[in-house]
Design a protein around this ligand. Sequence first.
Ligand code: ADP
Length: 151
Amino acid sequence: MKRAIFPGSFDPITLGHLDIINRALPLFDEIIIAVGINSDKKYMFSLKERLHFIKENYVNIPKIKVETYSGLTIDFCNKMDADFILRGLRNPADFEFEKAIAQTNRKLSKIETVFLLTSSDTSFISSSIVRDVLRNGGDISSLVPESVSKK
Ligand code: ADP
């Protein structure tokens, strides 16, 4: 069973995340979207809201599960019996950051990180920009799925 973990903060989930998940679907038997809980991080949306935004998009897709986790991603992979971590790459900054993490994870475990390049029409989207637009009263409907924008 080819099972991948797609870890992230998803604060909130964006069309960029959906693009990566949807394109990874044919590659894996199961994808677990793993919402990180980090007590040092200040989130705009509660864990309950972040989970709800994700789940609404994938209610009818049995290959996709949604879980929460804290601690090391590789420990969570082992717990869920997943051999792969899925990540999206938007730009060179993402690449440098992700390279170090993926190589560290590979050193500490046998887990492979699989990268998908973002689609050109969603590569500029980030959760932090979405939060900024929201804070300033802007319209986020072209950046996020309906589950988020209708809130
Ligand atoms: P983290 O805090 O772990 O970076 P995010 O929720 O910001 O969590 O991102 C989770 C994953 O989704 C990362 O691999 C990130 O590169 C990817 N991602 C975020 N936005 C986009 C986007 N617009 N296009 C493709 N991948 C994206």
